[in-house]
Design a protein around this ligand. Structure first.
Ligand code: AP5
Length: 202
């Protein structure tokens, strides 16, 4: 079966960092809308130039843009063990669209991990990363605070959508990267065991 996981959490909570460890361990396919958008910006495509206007000020890119990107990546992916969605969905409209896209592939979301980190720690991490990453949205504390506000206003309500489906699991995402990964691994293994001993449809 495909195992589909969402890494959910505010900017700087470690979604990208943990995605790399999960891929190495489980060989899942990583779908990060932030990485896809930054690649479009680097290639100076019309989509990238439009998205940059939103990203540079810490705002969300319109739903239809990111939904279309995810849709084409899902269509292009074959022979994978599962997907990690990193930074997607970020609105309830995106979550509903994702359910429909996965249903077309006769699959669904199996687990949503909510990465919990105190706000001051998020700001500290992103200001530190901004010194070396060159990411324009890490350039100032003001932009970082806007991104965090976007998360609490528009994205965190999506957690309720998955909580109602009993798919949401909180992860304490502070401590060393390895400690956080061990907590994530326990949750993935537990969910996978539940699904394979009591198969659910889909
Ligand atoms: P995106 O690229 O998704 O960025 P983000 O959600 O803001 O998250 P980050 O990449 O900043 O953080 P992360 O949680 O991945 O943490 P990381 O592992 O890097 O989105 C960027 C923008 O694109 C959005 O603002 C929006 O404009 C647009 N966008 C993207 N998707 C969209 C969508 N679906 N809809 C609309 N717009 C969309 O870690 C952060 C730092 O902390 C690193 O330096 C890392 O080394 C460090 N770190 C990690 N773990 C630890 C630890 N345990 N202890 C100490 N430091 C740690």
């Amino acid at each position: 079966m495909l195992f589909n996981l969402i890494l959910f959490g505010p900017p700087g909570s470690g979604k990208g960092t943990q995605s790399q460890l999960i891929i190495d361990h489980y060989q899942f396919t990583h779908l990060s809308t932030g990485d896809m958008l930054r690649s479009e910006i680097e290639r100076r495509t019309p989509l990238g130039l439009e998205a940059k206007k939103f990203m540079d000020r810490g705002a969300l890119v319109p739903d239809e843009v990111v939904i279309a990107m995810i849709s084409s990546r899902l269509d292009a992916s074959t022979g994978t063990k599962g997907f990690i969605f990193d930074g997607f969905p970020r609105t309830t409209a995106q979550a509903r669209a994702l359910d429909k896209l996965l249903a077309l592939k006769s699959t669904a979301i199996h687990l949503v991990l909510l990465m919990e980190v105190p706000e001051e720690e998020l700001i500290k991490r992103l200001l530190l990363r901004g010194q070396t990453s060159g990411r324009s949205d890490d350039a100032s504390e003001e932009i970082i605070r806007t991104r965090i506000a976007e998360y609490y206003n528009k994205t965190s309500p999506v957690a309720d959508y998955y909580a109602q489906q009993h798919k949401l699991q909180a992860i304490q995402a502070v401590g060393t990267v390895e400690e956080v990964f061990n907590r994530i691994r326990q949750q993935i293994d537990k969910r996978f065991a539940e699904l394979t001993s009591h198969p659910v449809s889909p």
